[in-house]
Ligand binder design. Structure first.
Ligand SMILES: Nc1ncnc2c1ncn2[C@@H]1O[C@H](COP(=O)(O)OP(=O)(O)OP(=O)(O)O)[C@@H](O)[C@H]1O
Length: 623
C-alpha cells in the first residue's frame, strides 16, 4: 500500500475536507490556480504520467502472483515460475524507482509553488499603504503567508496526484476483478458503504474537535505572549489576578488534553475499521472465491489475484469519496492567498512618475483636505478579525491646510492633542494621499514623484522611532547600505550618540530593538536621528518627543535635532520652546485648520491661541 493510501492519509483527508463541505468551486479561482501552476506544467505532466504508471504497476503484481499459483497447480515447467518471479521482482524495482522519482517531482512542484506564492504575497504586502498595517492583525497576516500557502501547495503534491492515480488504480482494479469474477467483485464491494457512511460522520466530529483544540491553543498562546511580555507581566504583578489567570489557563489546557485523547481514540477506531472492513472483504473473497475454485468455476490463481487486488480497493475508494472536499479545502487556501493578492494598494507610484528635481527643496501644502481611508478601502475583514469591515469613511481631519516651507527653513507645528499635526507630517512622506488639494516638494506634487526619490528626499524621525531587532550597524545602514564605519561614527557623533555606543561591549554590533539592548528614550531618539543624518535627506520631518528627559539627555537630543535641521527644509512637530523660538515660522493647528501663523514674539504679542498654548505648554520651559 502506498503512502498516499495508508489509512492515516485517508483519515487525514477525510478530516481536512470536512470544513469546506458546503463551499462551491469558483471558476475564476480555478483559472488563477492554473495560472500559478503553469510555470510547473512540464514537471506536472511527467508527475501525472508517472502516477498513472505506478497505478498500472500496482495491478500487474497481483496478476503475476495469480499466474504463479496457476503455474504451480497446473504443473507447468519450473522455468515459467522462475520467469514470473523475475517479472515480479522487476515490477517491484521499477515501482520503487518510480516512487522515488515521483516524490522528487512532487516536492519540486510543491516547494516551487510555495516559493511562488510566498514571494508574491510578501512583495504585495510590502506595497500596501500604512493604513493597511494600522488595521491588520500581524498574526493573521503571517499565518496567511505560512499556513494557507502550504495548504495551497498540498493541492498539487497530494490531492491532484491522489485523485489521478486513485481513479486509474480503481478503474484498473475493478476491471481486472470483474473480468475474473463479477460475482465476487460485487459482493466484496457491498461492504464498502458500511464503512464509508460512519467514516464521513466521524470525519466531521474529528474536524470539529481539532478546530476547538486549535482555538484553545491560539488563546493560550495569545495569553502567554500578552502576559509574558515585560509590559504585560508588570501589569499582572501590579493589578492582575494571577490565580484566576492560572485557573483559566489550566481549564483550556485541560480541554486540549481531553480533546487529544478523544481524537486519538477516534483515529484508532477509524484506522481499525478500515483495516477490519478490508479484512472482512478478504475473508469473503477467500470463502466465495475458494468455493467457486473448488466447484471448478475459477482457477486457484484467480482467487489469489482477487484477494491481492481487493486490498488495493478500499483506500482509493475512501479517498475518492472525499475528493470533492479535499479539492475544496485546497481551493479555499488558494482563495485566502488570492484575497491578499487582490487588495489593490491605495497608494501607488503613477505610471510615468518622475524623480523630484535636485537642489534645495521647498515644501508646500496647497489647500489640503484629508480624511483617513475607511477600513473597506484598505484592509480585509479576515485580517482584522472582524466579521464585517467598517465601511464608514473617516471624517475629514484636515480642512484646507495651506503653507509653504522655503528651502532651508524650519517651520514648527504646534497645537493641542488631536489637532492634526501628525497627519500633516504623514502626508509629506506620502504615507497617505490627500483627499483634495496637493502636497508639493520643489514644486512637484508628491503623487507625481517616484517612491525612490521620495525616500531619498524626505527623512522622518517619529517619537517612538522604530528600531529593528538587529545590530546598531544594521539599523543604521538600512538607509545607506554602502556606508563606511567612518560615516557611521560621524553620524553617531553628530547625533550625540558616539560615547554611548563606544561604551557598549559590542559597539556597533550590539543588538538593539524589540528585545535587544535597552536604550533609554532619549538614546533611542538620537539613534534614529543618526540614521536620518546618515540618509542626509533634503527635507526632514521631526516629531519631538513629548516625554520629559533629564537635562543632559534633553541637551543632547536638542543638539542632535539641531544637526538634523541644519541646512535642510524642516517641518517640526514641536514640543520644545527652544525649537519653536528658533523656527522661521510657527503654524498653530487646531481642529484640522491653521488658525495662526507667524514668529514667536509676534504671535505672543497678538494674544491669540498661540499665547494660550504658550501659557499651558511652554511657559514652564522658560529658564
Ligand atoms: N489612523 C487613523 N485613522 C483614523 N483617524 C485617525 C488616525 N490617526 C489619527 N486620526 C484622527 O485624526 C485626528 C488628528 O490626529 P493627529 O494624530 O494628526 O493629531 P496630533 O495633532 O498629531 O495629536 P498628538 O499631538 O496627540 O499626536 C484625530 O482626531 C485622530 O483621532
Amino acid at each position: 500500500m502506498s503512502m498516499q493510501n495508508s489509512p492515516y492519509m485517508v483519515l487525514w483527508r477525510t478530516v481536512q475536507g470536512q470544513d469546506v463541505k458546503d463551499r462551491r468551486i469558483n471558476r475564476e479561482t480555478l483559472r488563477r490556480i492554473v495560472t500559478f501552476a503553469r510555470p510547473h506544467r512540464s514537471l506536472l505532466t511527467v508527475f501525472l504520467v508517472i502516477s498513472v504508471l505506478t497505478a498500472l504497476l500496482g495491478v500487474v503484481t497481483p496478476i503475476l502472483a495469480g499466474d504463479v499459483v496457476n503455474a504451480i497447480t497446473g504443473g507447468d515447467e519450473v522455468s515459467v515460475v522462475v520467469w514470473l518471479a523475475v517479472a515480479i521482482a522487476a515490477v517491484a524495482v521499477v515501482d520503487a524507482a518510480l516512487g522515488i522519482l515521483n516524490r522528487w517531482l512532487s516536492s519540486r512542484i510543491g516547494e516551487g509553488l510555495i516559493l511562488d506564492l510566498r514571494t508574491a504575497v510578501y512583495e504585495h504586502v510590502q506595497r500596501m499603504p500604512i493604513a493597511f498595517f494600522t488595521r491588520t492583525r500581524t498574526g493573521a497576516l503571517v499565518s496567511r503567508l505560512n499556513n494557507d500557502v502550504i495548504g495551497a501547495q498540498r493541492a498539487f503534491s497530494n490531492t491532484l496526484s491522489g485523485v489521478v492515480s486513485n481513479i486509474v488504480s480503481l478503474l484498473l482494479t475493478v476491471v481486472v476483478m470483474v473480468t475474473i469474477s463479477w460475482q465476487v467483485t460485487a459482493l466484496s464491494m457491498l461492504l464498502l458503504p458500511i464503512f464509508l457512511v460512519p467514516a464521513r460522520a466521524m470525519g466531521g466530529r474529528l474536524a470539529r474537535l481539532q478546530r476547538e483544540a486549535a482555538q484553545h491553543n491560539a488563546s493560550m498562546s495569545t495569553q502567554m505572549t500578552e502576559r509574558f511580555s515585560a509590559g504585560g507581566a508588570t501589569l499582572v504583578k501590579l493589578f492582575g489576578r494571577p490565580e484566576t489567570e492560572s485557573a483559566e489557563f489550566a481549564r483550556r489546557a485541560g480541554r486540549v488534553r481531553d480533546i487529544g485523547v478523544r481524537v486519538a481514540m477516534l483515529q484508532t477506531v477509524f484506522v481499525t475499521a478500515l483495516t477490519l472492513v478490508s479484512a472482512l472483504a478478504l475473508a469473503l473473497v477467500y470463502g466465495l472465491g475458494g468455493a467457486q475454485a473448488i466447484l471448478g468455476n475459477l482457477d486457484a490463481g484467480d482467487v489469489v489475484t482477487l484477494a491481492l487486488l481487493l486490498t488495493r480497493l478500499y483506500a482509493p475508494l475512501t479517498m475518492l469519496a472525499n475528493a470533492r472536499m479535499d479539492i475544496m479545502s485546497a481551493v479555499v487556501s488558494f482563495e485566502r492567498v488570492f484575497e491578499i493578492l487582490d487588495l489593490v494598494p491605495l497608494i501607488q507610484e503613477r505610471p510615468g512618475a518622475r524623480a523630484l528635481p535636485p537642489g534645495p527643496a521647498s515644501l508646500e501644502f496647497d489647500d489640503v483636505r484629508f480624511a483617513y481611508p475607511s477600513a473597506e478601502e484598505v484592509s480585509l475583514a479576515s485580517l482584522e478579525d472582524v466579521a464585517v469591515l467598517d465601511s464608514r469613511g473617516g471624517e475629514e481631519v484636515l480642512h484646507g491646510v495651506s503653507f509653504t516651507v522655503l528651502p532651508g527653513q524650519t517651520v514648527a507645528l504646534v497645537g493641542s492633542s488631536g489637532a492634526g499635526k501628525s497627519t500633516i507630517a504623514q502626508l509629506v512622506a506620502r504615507l497617505y494621499d490627500v483627499t483634495s488639494g496637493a502636497v508639493r516638494i520643489g514644486g512637484t506634487d508628491v503623487r507625481d514623484a517616484t517612491f525612490a526619490s521620495l525616500r531619498e528626499t524626505i527623512g522622518m524621525v517619529t517619537q517612538d522611532g522604530h528600531l529593528f531587532h538587529e545590530s546598531i550597524r544594521e539599523n543604521l545602514t538600512l538607509v545607506r547600505p554602502e556606508a563606511t564605519d567612518e560615516q557611521l561614527w560621524d553620524a553617531l557623533t553628530r547625533a550625540r550618540m558616539e560615547h554611548v555606543i563606544r561604551a557598549l561591549p559590542d559597539g556597533l554590533d550590539t543588538v538593539v530593538g524589540e528585545r535587544g539592548y535597552r536604550l533609554s528614550g532619549g538614546e533611542r531618539q538620537r539613534l534614529t536621528i543618526a540614521r536620518l543624518l546618515l540618509a542626509a535627506p533634503r527635507v526632514v520631518i521631526l516629531d519631538e518627543a513629548t516625554s520629559a528627559l533629564d537635562s543632559t539627555n534633553e541637551a543632547y537630543v536638542q543638539a542632535a535635532l539641531g544637526e538634523a535641521m541644519e541646512g535642510r527644509t524642516a517641518l517640526v512637530i514641536a514640543h520644545r520652546l527652544s525649537t519653536i523660538r528658533s523656527a522661521d515660522q510657527i503654524l498653530v493647528v487646531e481642529g484640522g485648520r491653521i488658525v495662526e501663523r507667524g514668529r514667536h514674539a509676534e504671535l505672543l504679542a497678538s494674544g491669540g491661541r498661540y499665547a494660550e498654548l504658550y501659557e499651558t505648554q511652554f511657559a514652564d520651559q522658560e529658564v
